[in-house]
Design a protein around this ligand. Sequence first.
Ligand code: SAH
Ligand code: SF4
Length: 379
Amino acid sequence: MPVNLLEFDLEQLSQYCESLGEKRFRATQLFRWIHQRGANSFDQMTDLAKSLRVLLESHCAITPLKVISRQNSKDGTIKWLFDVGGGDAVETVFIPEDDRGTLCISSQAGCAVGCVFCSTGHQGFSRNLTTAEIVSQLWFAEHTLRSEFARSERIVSNIVMMGMGEPLQNYSALVPALKTMLSDHGYGISRRRLTVSTSGVVPMIERLGRDAPVALAVSLHAPNDTLRDRLVPLNKKYPLAELRQACVSYLAVAPRDFITFEYCMLDGVNDSLEHAQEIVDWLRPTPSLKLQPLPAKINLIPFNPFPASGLLCSSPQTVKAFSQLLLAAGIVTTVRKTRGDDIDAACGQLAGEVLDRTDVVHRMSKQKTIPLKPIESLQ
Ligand code: SAH
Ligand code: SF4
């Protein structure tokens, strides 16, 4: 198998070029051809010496993921399903807005965290994506859309690692991918416009702050350990106090002066005014606790229901009352608009459904059963 150059960040590509006996700066040219111009063959790279192109051809390739399907939503959202082999597929979603184009990227096939409200979590874990598979989603979306829209300037301005999988449980593949996204010779995405979303892998939040400090979103979903243990099982390993401390430390290096907390609104589960007040108290503890306040933005996500969850979305009135309590306490709070729900591209609906339908037996044999508690007992 030839080496896939989508696997390397610029530093790694420089080392690779050196290992082939080439000068390091050739890597910059090569990197720009691949990521800025979307080249997938060495023939296109006309400013590289013919001898170098022949050398590269015999050792490596630029191999993106294969597309299984594409769906276009009425609201302009586009969802691609990519084949990652072994019967697995991952999804990537492009969300156009007036002032930005956001790409939502997957980091794993399935997810091992098993949050009760997430269809990827219900699917279970298949495997980590490689760096090439993560970067490939951006490479493909950017260059496909650029040629479709006949634009020479960048299409993807913002990236959220909010597709399938827990990015911080695939750390070693994630970091080079983030570096390629951030590189001026790659996609030139600013650190403020690149968001890693995590269910709270505490030690990796700290490492991310050292290795690639980008914007951080933390999936909170519950303001106390009893409830969070049930909704986000990883909380048993990294409870809220540790998560809070990791967030406070991260702010010292973060490109934004707040942490975004995502909170999925689940009817009768985590959506009472008492829960909202608990969030306020968690962010701004009483002075006697000697904890510093945690600057935060809360993003309330209307739950996208799916049958196996046994859960329902909170009513619009409940979401409004919940957000009003937070706003009255001075906490910046937004309610996320649902995009692309006619094509199942909304949060938590990313479960490789096309493949599910064609490959049900295979999928069922892999599915991890997550015991669901009755809704009453989740309160
Ligand atoms: N694993 C990471 C990133 C992927 S999930 C994380 O959990 O943060 C991206 C976001 O979608 C998370 O905030 C997650 O809680 C939310 N989400 C998952 N399932 C959802 C659903 N059914 N409805 C609404 N949001 C959901
Ligand atoms: Fe995994 Fe995130 Fe889904 Fe939880 S919400 S199961 S961490 S993808």
